[in-house]
Design a protein around this ligand. Structure first.
Ligand code: DGJ
Length: 728
């Protein structure tokens, strides 16, 4: 007790002792500096590369903008606010002033209070000494006599000095995820948002980059990167008014989500992760990737297995012989894991298509007479691991689960539920602890019965279409979206604390869950249901802005492609898939021996470059969006002694003139020997096994033939190269 009082005294004196000070939050090479004075709202002074002590001491006060660290609504109503609330007595105005600063480990807290109302707001900043990332979030505590209502609750606000600032962000849709959009920030508001309720990255993404000196360049220029780490609905807003600044707000989407904060309760916003790079967009990406692999992604330091997933190979047509054949085939090609996708479950209502059975996670013994245990034993015989597909957050109207628990689904009060996929899909209400228990039980049940399961593909194929929880009281219906994701968080925490080693993929109708708020529980995400290699060049290019190759599941599939019906060459499909976490999504039974041999060779070679691809630093070189007929990027390991260079033609015309690509990220004064992987040409490239200095490769680059030198019958319109570089 005495000890606690003493601690409290120390903390209080540290907090109260602050009058006016510069608070520096410094990560490896970047820093935020704030001016904090008790009784005033803290002010931003600086965000950029770390400052010398002398520059920090002499820092100018920014002029021509509003530098409030966390603007609240009510006493400057025309300005955009990060926080807006209705106090217990109905007052809509809030003032937030500093009461002190405290530090614990690498977390700095600036304590704010309303001088009139018992509202406490802690601004939290976590800075990493070994990566260039600062995480920011806010904790709002209600100490008033009764509940208050939060109507806006951004995680953070950052002012960005005007001056030809460009925004890069991702947008898209199902089968077209991760499209890159680049636009100049002009007066008015730019809003990037999500309201799906379940998945949040099919359409807009919760990550952005700001290029501060004109349209973004990949390997030059100053760039701020920001990622809202949250699995649910979000809103990113850039306000550009008649001041010298853009104002960037990021947080949970408050639309139809006002939050009633009980007396004594604390609302913790999701993290906004901020980075800064002077090495262009690719530099900011490297910062995201390094931070992500080290601190966010599940098992970010563990190489991923090469797998075959059954979906595009057999769809719902699961049966024991078929699974065994696929396992034998992937093992024969050197793969390490087989994943059985949708279609393996349902007793009363066997899952034959997407109309039934979600929630009934019992093995369909008609299809799999020897059960999952039989398949795991088979996988063992083939020397590979086994994985399985589930969709824990969902049910179908035609299912035993729904018959038993119609009250577990999300639906608007007094209305029929809106049904999704297959005309019958329904979303389970994760705000309900019983539903959380049920979903936990799905994973726990599988893992207890079949401890040999190595990998789970966790899918989610429906949005919250209708607003209503049968669990939440009527006065708290506006909590649905937030409570759903709070439930999701609790569920994932429980799963991870019991099964820390399990590999779990976040799939959500393809790339619906590519977000850093999801990845602490998941090892990777499915980039898209569209596996067409050409479109993947674009989608993976955009996705790589924020997410590392190790997290991007990228599979070789059949042609004509099942989504866009394009026929690309197998070599091209391999070369694209090999730039992410390599896998296959195909019926190997339908492949020729020559095709299998090419895949076997690719898998062998991928094993050699896996550490460079999965743990290396990305340098994007030539954007497919520039429409130069070719796209190119490379990964370089930390020691700059190994690199993998990718070159994919995106157009094919006679008499084409493609740019020669300059490499990046190498050491100028070292020599690198070049070796082509996945070679199909009859003769080696003229630079095969030759050595070049890093300077030559970066200042000049290699001439790459536009086509492949293969027999006439083998010729096609596709051309791509993967080069492995090793320092001598
Ligand atoms: C959507 C996923 O994105 C696919 O990969 C597949 O798992 C299907 N769901 C299964 O229903």
């Amino acid at each position: 007790m005495k000890k606690n009082l003493f601690l409290l005294f120390v903390l209080l004196s540290a907090a109260v002792g602050v009058r006016a000070e510069k608070v520096t939050i410094a990560a490896k090479n970047i820093a935020i500096v704030l001016d904090v004075e008790n009784g005033r709202q803290p002010q931003y002074l600086y965000f950029g590369t770390r400052l010398s002590a002398a520059d920090e001491a002499a820092l100018q006060l920014p002029q021509g903008g509003r530098m409030d660290a966390y603007p609240a609504y009510g006493l400057n109503t025309p300005a955009e606010a990060a926080l807006a609330m209705r106090h217990a007595d109905g007052n809509l105005s809030t003032a937030l002033v500093a009461t002190g600063v405290s530090r614990q480990g690498n977390v700095t807290t600036i304590h704010l209070e309303d001088p009139v109302y018992a509202t406490q707001v802690d601004l939290k900043y976590k800075a990493y000494a070994d990566v260039d990332m600062i995480e920011m979030w806010t904790e709002i505590t209600n100490r008033e006599k009764s509940a208050v209502t939060l109507t806006q609750f951004a995680s953070a606000m950052l002012p960005i000095r005007r001056g030809n600032v460009w925004l890069s962000h991702l947008y898209g849709s199902w089968a077209n995820e991760g499209r890159l959009a680049e636009e100049e920030l002009l007066p008015g508001q730019k809003i990037i948002k999500n309201k799906d309720g379940v998945r949040n990255s099919h359409t807009d993404h919760a990550e952005v980059m700001f290029s501060l000196d004109g349209k973004g360049r990949e390997n030059a220029g100053d760039v701020i990167g920001a990622a809202l780490c949250y699995s649910g609905n979000y809103k990113l807003k850039v306000e550009t008014d008649d001041t010298d600044y853009h104002y960037f707000f990021a947080g949970i989407n408050e639309e139809n989500s006002e939050y009633h904060l009980k007396r004594g309760e604390t609302f913790r916003t999701p993290v906004l992760a901020l980075t800064f790079s002077r090495e262009g967009l690719s530099g900011a990406s490297r910062n995201f990737h390094k931070w992500g692999r080290t601190y966010q992604l599940a098992h970010g330091n563990k190489p991923r297995k090469i797998l075959l997933n059954s979906w595009e190979g057999v769809y719902f047509d699961i049966n024991e012989a078929g699974m065994d054949q696929m396992m034998a085939d992937i093992a024969g090609m050197g793969g390490e894991l087989f994943v059985m996708d949708d279609g393996w479950f349902g007793e009363k209502y066997p899952r034959k298509n997407d109309h039934t059975s979600l929630g009934d996670w019992q093995v369909d013994r008609q299809k799999l007479p020897h059960g999952i245990e039989g398949l795991i034993a088979d996988a063992g015989k083939h020397g590979i691991s086994f994985g399985i597909w589930i969709e824990p957050e969902m049910t179908n109207r035609i299912s035993e689960l729904y018959e038993k628990h119609p009250d577990w689904i999300i639906k608007a009060p007094r209305r029929d539920a809106v049904q999704g996929r297959g005309g019958t899909q329904l979303v389970l209400d994760l705000s309900n602890p019983k539903v959380q228990d049920f979903a936990f039980g799905i994973v726990d049940g599988l893992m207890t019965r079949y401890p040999g399961i190595d990998y789970i593909k966790w899918d989610a194929n429906m949005a919250v279409m209708n607003h209503g929880s049968q669990y939440l009281p009527m006065q708290d219906q506006s909590h649905l979206y937030i409570a759903y994701h709070e439930g999701f968080r609790k569920l994932c925490d429980r799963i991870r604390s019991k099964y820390p080693d399990l590999t779990i993929q976040a799939c959500a109708s393809g790339g619906g869950r590519a977000n850093w708020g999801v990845l602490p529980w998941f090892d990777e995400f499915w980039v898209s249901d569209n596996t067409d290699a050409l479109q993947r060049v674009y989608m993976q290019w955009g996705t790589s802005y924020f997410f590392p190759a190790i997290a991007m599941a990228s599979h070789i599939s059949a042609v004509p492609n099942h989504t866009v019906f394009r026929t690309t060459s197998l070599k091209y499909r391999i070369d694209v898939a090999m730039s992410g976490r390599l896998g296959m999504e195909i019926q190997p039974k339908n492949m020729t021996d020559a095709e299998k041999a090419l895949c076997r060779q690719a898998i062998t070679e991928y094993k050699q470059i896996r550490p460079v691809v999965q743990f290396g630093n990305i340098y994007r070189l030539q954007s497919p969006y520039d429409r130069q007929g070719v796209a190119s990027l490379m990964y370089v390991d930390d020691a700059r002694s190994k690199a993998v260079f990718y070159w994919w033609k995106t157009d094919n015309f006679a008499n084409q003139h493609l740019p020669r690509i300059k490499m990046a990220g190498l050491q100028a004064n070292r020599n690198y020997r070049v070796h082509e992987l996945n070679r199909i040409d009859n003769k080696p490239l003229d630079f095969e096994r030759k050595s070049f200095s890093g300077a030559y490769l970066m200042e000049h680059g290699l001439e790459i033939p536009y086509t492949h030198s293969v027999d006439h019958a083998e010729r096609n319109e596709w051309s791509s190269r993967v080069l492995f570089l090793e320092a001598q």
